[in-house]
Design a binder for this molecule. Structure first.
Ligand code: IMO
Ligand code: MG
Length: 384
């Protein structure tokens, strides 16, 4: 296997958890490389059903080392909760490590995510309100606090004081809410640091040693290509790159090392949150796909918008990711449907185009051009 990246090739929720879980058995190291607890990966196995948000799905295999890479933004409270939930249900988490370079989601990030969404009114993005956007904004603005900082308490307090001054000014003067307390956050994050300390590592070194030993490594994606801030439906995107390129940046493995890039797609499309989705079905067929497949968010419980498979969007995704393979999930959801549609082009102002436009104004006007096929109308879920 050497290095394989598993990438969401639509708008997230493609069933990456299931594919990663299948492949993780053959891996020695699994690395999460982007996003944060906005992700929700459902894994069903002998321990039961789990909704993982930060911890790589490889955690269920005893011989697999799991790494939360530098490209992830970590809410330590959520991570610690996830670790104890796994431990309580008999899953050993002793091989879980966290990059010292990963950024932390701070209380002001989650607070601001909600306040910013409220203030956007009708232009709201429909974020998961987990603080993801504000945390990545601070990373880029060089105002972030990283996991490694939790181990340098004096410097942490100094930095927190400096950053909180401007955050509190925004909270009180722009949004008119109460300021946050340095002391409270400091003592809480010191406690998180103590709990996480044994797992905090220079993970780039761990990975390069694993590469030297020729161990199979899997880079586990979150979100999907069409939520990428560069290539997705901007500004209705997430804030870190879910692409194959992002798998290198978010793990510290160079691009030449990645041998296979597996794109995961559902046999239909779903999207949660705002932004254009050309094949969206707002009719009974859309509702019936949602109910058949139970398309409700793992992270926020929101009903997902459902529609037909979009080959234009998937081809775009295959290009920007250099996909070497595709895994199609949830074909069995379509088992009972008499007719199926696949979108092979978009009609835009009287012309048929076969590319995915950058402009959301254009994309919102695109009418899907469908190829229609008879359904197979028989059970497929037993097929292996
Ligand atoms: P997994 O890993 C589906 C969507 C949100 C919102 C937009 C921005 O389970 O596939 P954010 O909180 O990231 O700032 O929200 O991105 N979104 C996802 N949609 N699956 C996900 O993750 C998602 N993570 C974020 O709904 O539209
Ligand atoms: Mg999900």
């Amino acid at each position: 296997m050497s290095v394989i990246a598993v990438i969401g090739a639509q708008w997230g929720d493609e069933g990456k958890g299931k594919i990663v879980d299948l492949l993780a058995e053959k891996a020695r190291v699994v690395v999460r490389f982007s996003g944060g607890d906005n992700a929700g990966h459902t894994v069903i196995n002998q321990y039961g059903e789990f909704g993982l948000h930060i911890i790589p799905s490889g955690i269920f295999y005893p011989g697999v080392t799991c790494i939360v890479g530098n490209g992830v933004v970590i809410n330590p409270e959520i991570l610690i909760g996830e670790i104890s939930q796994l431990e309580q249900r008999g899953v050993d988490t002793g091989r879980l490590f966290i990059s010292d370079r990963a950024h932390l989601i701070m209380p002001y990030h989650t607070l601001l995510d909600g306040l910013e969404e409220e203030s956007r009114g009708g232009n709201a993005i429909g974020t998961t309100r987990k603080g993801i956007g504000p945390a990545f904004a601070d990373k880029t603005a060089r105002l972030g606090i990283r996991v490694g900082d939790l181990l340098e308490k004096e410097a942490l307090l100094k930095r927190l004081r400096f950053i909180l001054e401007s955050k509190n000014a925004i909270l009180t003067r722009v949004y008119g809410v109460k300021p946050l307390s340095v002391d409270e956050i400091y003592s809480r994050y010191c406690r998180y640091g103590e709990l996480l300390a044994p797992r905090i590592r220079e993970t780039v070194v761990m990975l390069s040693e694993a590469l030297d030993r020729n161990e199979p490594i899997m880079l586990e994606g979150a979100q999907g290509a069409l939520l990428d801030p560069d290539f997705g439906t901007y500004p209705y995107t997430t804030s870190s790159s879910p692409l194959a390129g992002g798998s290198c940046l978010g793990s510290g493995i160079g691009p030449k090392q990645v041998k296979s890039i597996l794109g995961v797609v559902k046999a239909y499309c779903t999207r949660v949150g705002g932004g254009p989705m050309p094949t969206e079905l707002t009719d009974e067929t859309g509702d019936s796909i949602r109910e058949l497949a139970h398309e409700y968010g793992t992270t926020t419980g929101r009903p997902r918008r459902c529609g037909w498979f979009d080959a234009v969007a998937t081809r775009f995704s295959a290009r920007v990711n250099s996909l070497t393979g595709i895994a199609i999930t949830r074909l069995d959801v379509l088992d009972t449907l008499p007719r199926l549609k696949i979108c092979t082009g978009y009609k835009l102002e009287g012309e048929v185009i076969n590319y995915f436009p950058a402009s959301i104004t254009a994309l919102s006007k695109c009418q899907p051009v469908y190829e229609e096929l008879p359904g197979w109308q028989s059970a497929t879920s037993h097929i292996r």
